[in-house]
Ligand binder design. Structure first.
Ligand SMILES: C[S@@+](CC[C@H](N)C(=O)[O-])C[C@H]1O[C@@H](n2cnc3c(N)ncnc32)[C@H](O)[C@@H]1O
Length: 333
């Protein structure tokens, strides 16, 4: 690899591969992942690669190890090409903003609960490392639900990172009170039971994080997931739901990998018992984080077009949108 590609990862323009990422042990685990995982699980590594490459704004001590060398290189190249061609948006900016939005709304939700123990349920947790990177989760039990093979190899990668953390990055520890893996398939109706068997308690204040998951599910499965959470609301003390939801145009452009969509999450969620539904779009005040520097970026243009309009009147392209949605489980939250 060229020397300039090994420069510091704290710089927005450059990226270093740590020795840990190129170690035989970590490479071997990623080779297994290459061979064994389908596209659904693979999407988790892509998200981690983006968090690692946007490390100047998202502080994630595990993102590079969880993404692996090949995906990091690929993402780095994409971003480099975007910078060289003065692109209006740099690849990955959407997911960097998404991560920061979920972090910010999660912190606000925990603060609003006013103290005490909190449950954080990450559905389709993938390579999420919030348990290791957010200090405000110290009174929290985190449940990471995903496919069994993903959770197993994620644990193996984290073990490697912990083993090497003394001399390379400082000590890597879980910042939440507890971290529990729940190997389950959201398409099966027993996932809530499996969560409950793992210690989820319906009477505890809970934040549900559905980040990068609903659109991978079929319409029926996504509705089943929302309905199941809605049913759990009846017993839960205070609940906040955080989710990102694509609109129909965004889903239609994909080759079947994306399925569930909603053009009006503000009308959908109350059907399952949620209140105070707030919908944001990338570029809004709460979903910007100063990362959209070109005033003519695509997200800014989309925000200015009413949500009821499907086709951009300027160039005739479909108005693809990713909504960030926050809702509470009761009028009081
Ligand atoms: C794009 S990744 C997002 C991961 C993580 N939430 C993040 O934002 O980094 C989607 C994740 O959903 C998981 N997933 C997809 N379908 C699932 C299902 N039916 N049951 C459990 N997990 C699923 C995948 O394995 C993958 O880890």
């Amino acid at each position: 690899m060229a020397e300039e590609e090994r420069a510091t990862s704290s710089d927005a323009n450059q990226f270093t591969l740590r020795d840990l990422v190129t170690s035989d042990e970590v490479r071997e685990i990623h080779l297994t992942i290459d061979k064994q995982w389908g596209p659904l699980q693979q999407s988790a590594r892509q998200t981690a690669a983006i968090r690692a490459l946007w490390g100047h704004v998202v502080k994630d001590p595990l993102a590079d190890v969880l993404a692996g060398e090949r995906l990091l290189q690929g993402m780095y190249e994409k971003m480099r090409r975007d910078r060289m061609s003065n692109a209006k948006e740099i690849s990955g900016v959407m997911l960097a903003i998404r991560t920061l939005w979920f972090d910010a709304r999660l912190e606000a939700a925990i603060e609003a609960f006013g103290g005490g123990h909190v449950q954080l349920v990450l559905l389709g947790a993938g390579m999420d490392a919030r348990a290791y990177r957010l200090s405000y989760l110290k009174n929290t039990t985190i449940f990471e639900l995903d496919f069994p093979d993903l959770l197993q190899l994620k644990s193996d990668l984290i073990k490697q990172a912990i083993a090497s953390s003394d001399n390379q990055t400082g000590r890597l520890t879980v910042s939440s009170e507890r971290l529990i893996h729940v190997p389950a398939d959201l398409r099966k109706p027993n996932w809530l039971q499996m969560l409950t068997d793992s210690g989820f308690s319906p009477g505890t204040n809970t934040v549900w994080v559905l980040e990068g998951i609903l659109y991978y599910l079929s319409h029926d499965d996504a509705m089943q997931v929302l309905e199941t959470i809605g049913r759990a609301l009846e017993k839960t003390a205070h609940t906040v739901l955080l989710a990102d939801i694509m609109n129909k145009s965004a889903v239609s452009l994909s080759n079947d990998i994306y399925q569930f969509y909603s053009d009006w999450p503000d009308q959908l969620l109350p059907r399952f018992g949620f209140c105070n539904v707030k919908v944001s779009q990338i570029g809004d005040l709460d979903a910007n984080f100063g990362l959209l520097t070109d005033p003519e970026n695509l997200f800014e243009r989309r925000r200015k077009i009413p949500r009821s309009v499907d086709i951009d009147p300027l160039d005739g392209s479909p108005c693809c949108r990713l909504y960030f949605v926050e809702a509470t489980g009761s009028p009081l939250g």
